[in-house]
Design a protein around this ligand. Structure first.
Ligand SMILES: *Cc1c(COP(=O)(O)O)cnc(C)c1O
Length: 388
């Protein structure tokens, strides 16, 4: 059946590449969205064992999953609504990103009620126009933060922003963001915030922009072994292999229609192999007519529409039979980048789209010590498959 083999040694190797590139900056392993689909807890443990010292997540729920697994490393979470109840974050020592005075004041009330200061990272919007305070709102945010820190309600532990075009060092917008981040830092320093950690860089910036590294870098996609900069290689190793099993084969005559709508009609006699992986498992519906998988070491096309639970592969005259292994992507198969191109998307969407019902099976030296809390896999699902 379909499963995702996650090589934790690759996560470790990629972390080592990133800590090497980061120089004196610390590394925050971004393990949001269930570790980009790989399993946040095992990925976090592997990254921390190889030199990462911070973890980055989107939501409180994701942060609490890490704490619940006994991970004590510093964690930053960055998306919530100002009325969300964040008591758990304060009690579990989870740092919180703050983009507005309103959110800061709400946190201050929580801190006052709990008798416990909130650790915050003030976020500046330097040109992405998502989270963060604009240049116009930044001074007010600093003023409110200064008062609340003096009152013991918050500790400002970080000053940060996020880049829009880090893959392209020639992009003028990138240089404008670096300049605007400089202004935001200068204003913060003038307001008395001289100690907080400064951080800006995602994977691409961590690897190619020394001037964006500051105190801490926040790689996501590179950690999982996808090269973040088109045309450049940093020796990263893909961590995930998505594999499945042929569950039925049949010989069909010319004229046979394949899958819903009969978008594909067989032109010459061939063997069709049924593979139990569909869009609920992360095979995007829009790859129809483009995607290939590897079976018996040979690339063969997915034919007809991708269904929720299954696809059909035209294996031609290869001697494929039920039980044979199929690689959708990863070691011995197409790359995640190829899937992203077939689906007109980025590798991030392919990896985070792997469905919740797909077991994650861990390999590598640290795998034995690892338990995924999100999708605990039964041992038989993760037994080694005979290569076909
Ligand atoms: C997702 C995310 C990252 C990681 O980005 P990559 O491009 O995957 O390295 C870093 N910082 C923030 C704020 C993010 O949301």
């Amino acid at each position: 059946m379909t499963r995702a083999i996650v090589d934790l040694d690759a996560i470790g190797h990629n972390t080592t590449v990133l800590t090497g590139a980061a120089g004196r900056a610390q590394v925050m392993a971004v393990v949001k969205a269930n570790g980009f689909g790989h399993g946040s807890v095992p990925v976090a443990r592997a990254a921390l064992a190889h030199g990462a010292s911070w973890l980055g997540v989107t939501s409180l729920r994701e942060a609490m999953e890490l704490r619940g697994a006994g991970i004590g490393a510093p964690i930053l979470m960055w998306l919530y609504a100002p009325d969300d109840v964040l008591d758990e974050a304060l009690l579990a020592d989870v740092d919180i990103s703050v983009s507005s005075a309103r959110a800061l004041e709400a946190l201050g009330r929580t801190a006052g009620r709990l008798g416990r200061a909130a650790a915050v990272h003030l976020k500046a919007d330097t040109g992405l126009s998502r989270a963060g305070a604009t240049a116009a709102d930044w001074p007010h945010l600093l003023t409110v933060a200064g008062k609340m820190q003096a009152a013991g309600l918050i500790t400002v532990r970080g000053l940060w922003s996020h880049l829009a075009t880090a893959e392209d060092p020639a992009d003028p917008g990138l240089h404008r963001q670096l300049l605007d981040f400089g202004h935001a830092r200068a204003e913060a320093a003038a307001a008395g915030f001289t100690g907080p950690l400064i951080h800006l860089a995602n994977s691409a910036a961590a690897l190619q922009l020394p001037q964006a590294r500051f105190d801490l870098v926040r790689p996501g996609i590179a950690l999982y072994g996808v090269e973040p900069i088109p045309g450049r290689s940093f020796g990263l190793r893909p961590a995930m292999t998505l594999e499945s099993t042929v569950i039925l084969t049949k010989r069909v005559a010319p004229g046979a229609g394949v899958s819903y709508g009969h978008d594909h009609v067989v032109e010459r006699e061939t063997t069709l192999a049924l593979v139990p992986a569909g869009y609920a498992d992360g095979v995007p519906r829009r790859v129809t007519g483009r995607a290939e998988v590897t079976v018996h070491g040979v690339r063969r096309p997915i034919v007809g529409r991708v269904a929720m639970d299954q696809v059909v592969v035209d294996v031609g005259d290869l001697p494929v039979s039920a039980g044979d292994r199929v690689v959708l992507f990863g070691a011995g198969g197409p790359s995640v980048d190829e899937w992203a191109a077939w689906a007109d998307t980025n590798p991030h969407e392919i990896l985070t789209g792997i469905g919740g019902r797909v077991p994650r099976c861990y390999r590598g030296r640290s795998a034995g010590k690892t338990i995924s809390t999100r999708s605990p896999s039964r041992p038989e699902e993760c037994a080694l498959m005979a290569p076909s």
